[in-house]
Design a protein around this ligand. Structure first.
Ligand code: AMP
Length: 396
């Protein structure tokens, strides 16, 4: 059975076609500049590639380009769309309505639309993706929504409430929702499998351009670092993470900034980029720091320190930890960061093996056999998680 996984952004569309017999990716690709110009780059598992610039005024034309790539191009992997059994969509904000992935119905689309107020950049793009799929694949094929927020729905109120007047929770549903849930669930479940015990305390660190850390007790999320939006938590590529809210009112007042400008500064101009002035990419910042750039070094020091503090706070929240997982582009590749964090958790009895820690992007236990806490690198695979959920739901 083949499942098509879609991650639709406002001007982009990432996709994978996965054969669920062996969970192998048959092809994957990316459409970019939707609504502006339009370009597709598509790659089959055997290395054949198809690239084209073609007008994509809307997501529908992007899907037409994808269908051509999948079924007709030199890098085609299927003869017809009939071979695709179902479509799984990455959806972002499901609010408190979706604690699990679900089959997409008109009611589900309406609910995703309703939750758009809390994810104005993401949810409308998800809907565009779903509607364009209906247009391209027809309305008979089952489509499933897998929400970034679902896994975090098990958080207790003491973890998800903000200490604002309660009426804002009642009126506007202001609370912590958390994101990257599909990734935390995927690597968290894998850690539980590796630990071999259901009753476990796991801390998963998804460290990429966006970063979040989640505390998982007995398989369920009990706290997570992202909040109402993916801006909360700790320093990211271009996002601030947690701030004293007064910094915002102060700067806005001094510089006469609008809400939209503040939003842009906090989301796009801050974080590792804002501190280093070099880049949002950890590799560039690492190189600059190695060449003596003090602000790049400061950004790196802040990143490592803030990650360490979040882990420490979740050890406290769960009264212990059995496993710590690193994932995401930074988590899977940055051995120095992992070493810093683990060395500063020595008080918990964490010890790591430097040779194992030198591994990049592969599943490996980097803690020593006598470490009191198991530390793993587990590459995340959100697309596979979405495909697995889709398969499970359509098999019911
Ligand atoms: P992601 O959003 O998960 O794709 O992760 C992107 C981040 O991973 C960027 O900051 C990259 O610099 C970082 N990254 C990717 N490869 C490496 C590497 N080999 N060493 C350090 N950071 C890396």
């Amino acid at each position: 059975m083949k499942i098509f996984v879609v991650n639709a952004g406002s001007s982009s569309l990432k996709y994978q076609l996965i054969d669920m017999e062996n969970e192998q990716v048959l092809a994957k690709g990316l459409c970019e500049r939707i609504g502006v110009t339009g370009a597709i780059s598509h790659k089959a598992a055997d290395g054949r590639e198809y690239k084209a610039e073609t007008p994509m005024p809307t997501h529908s034309e992007a899907f037409e380009a994808v269908v051509y790539a999948l079924t007709k191009s030199d890098a085609k992997v299927i003869d017809s769309l009939d071979e695709v059994s179902a479509i799984g969509h990455r959806a972002v904000q499901g609010g408190s309505e979706f604690a699990n992935s679900c089959l997409i119905t008109p009611e589900v689309i309406a609910a995703i639309e309703e939750w758009s107020v809390l994810a104005p950049l993401h949810n409308p793009a998800n809907i565009l993706g779903i509607e364009a799929c209906i247009k391209t694949f027809g309305d008979k094929i089952p489509q499933v929504a897998v929400f970034d927020t679902s896994f975090h729905q098990t958080m207790p109120p003491k973890a998800y409430m903000y200490s604002l007047p309660y009426k804002y929770y009642e009126k506007y549903k202001i609370r912590k929702y958390g994101f990257h849930g599909t990734s935390h669930r995927f690597v968290g479940n894998r850690a539980i499998e590796l630990l071999g015990k259901e009753n476990s305390k796991v801390i998963t660190c998804h460290l990429g351009n966006g970063c979040s850390i989640t505390a998982i007790k007995d398989g369920a999320c009990v706290d997570t670092s992202m909040g109402l939006t993916p801006l909360d938590g700790f320093i990211m590529g271009t996002r601030t993470g947690t701030l004293d809210p007064s910094t915002i009112t102060y700067i806005a007042d001094k510089e006469n900034l609008s809400f939209a400008e503040i939003d842009r500064i906090c989301n796009k101009e801050s974080g590792m980029f804002g501190i280093s002035g070099v880049s949002n990419d950890n590799r560039d910042i690492g190189n600059a720091a190695a060449n003596g750039n003090e602000r790049a070094q400061l950004a790196i020091d802040m990143q490592r320190y803030q990650i360490l503090k979040f882990i420490g706070s979740y050890v406290a929240a769960m009264n212990g930890v059995d496993a710590i997982v690193f994932t995401g582009g930074i988590g899977e590749n940055d051995a120095e960061l992992r070493k810093y964090v683990c060395e500063n958790l020595a008080y918990l009895g964490v010890t790591i093996d430097d040779e194992k820690n030198a591994v990049r992007g592969k599943e490996v236990k980097i803690s020593t056999d006598d470490s009191k806490v198991n530390v793993y690198i587990i590459p995340t695979n959100e697309e596979l998680a979405i495909a697995r959920d889709t398969l499970e739901i359509i098999s019911k």
